[in-house]
Design a protein. Structure first.
Length: 147
């Protein structure tokens, strides 16, 4: 396989793995009434102290403000997040987590950990180490072009 073909294969495999993981995770989150975009938004909020501007969430998720607003609408109806207007600039909408969100998030983290443990349970220690090393290399290479 040529050097260019191998690089293209990396992209193809990444896409396939991402699709498989999204399908697997969605199957496990449906009973909780969560979609993958909602779960992603929950993760971004928690990585950033539990409250963010809606526009910043959209940027982190690579989604439009209107798409994120729709996701927030559904999470708000479930009592998981609250919107509030910034006092200094009323145009700015901040999204913050609720206590119900915190409880669900803690359970979600445990569930995601179990999902990954289950997905990778048939791998040997050496295979898992190789995956970690390969992903770290990939992350480094990609970050050189995104920063």
């Amino acid at each position: 396989m040529s050097d260019a073909s191998e690089k293209t294969e990396v992209g193809r495999l990444m896409f396939e793995v991402q699709k498989m993981m999204r399908q697997y995770m969605q199957k496990h989150f449906e009973p909780a009434g969560l979609t993958m975009p909602q779960g992603s938004l929950m993760g971004v909020l928690m990585e950033n102290g539990g409250e963010m501007k809606l526009t910043d969430i959209a940027g982190r998720l690579c989604l439009s403000n209107s798409t994120v607003s729709g996701i927030v609408d559904r999470l708000e109806k479930q009592g998981l997040v609250k919107r509030r207007r910034c006092e200094k600039d009323r145009r700015v909408v901040r999204v913050g987590v609720t206590q119900k969100f915190m409880e669900m998030h803690n359970e979600t983290v445990r569930k995601v950990d179990r999902i990954f443990e289950n997905m990778l349970s048939s791998g040997t220690h050496e295979e898992i180490r190789s995956i970690i090393e390969g992903l770290n290399i990939l992350k480094k290479l990609i970050s050189e072009h995104t920063t």
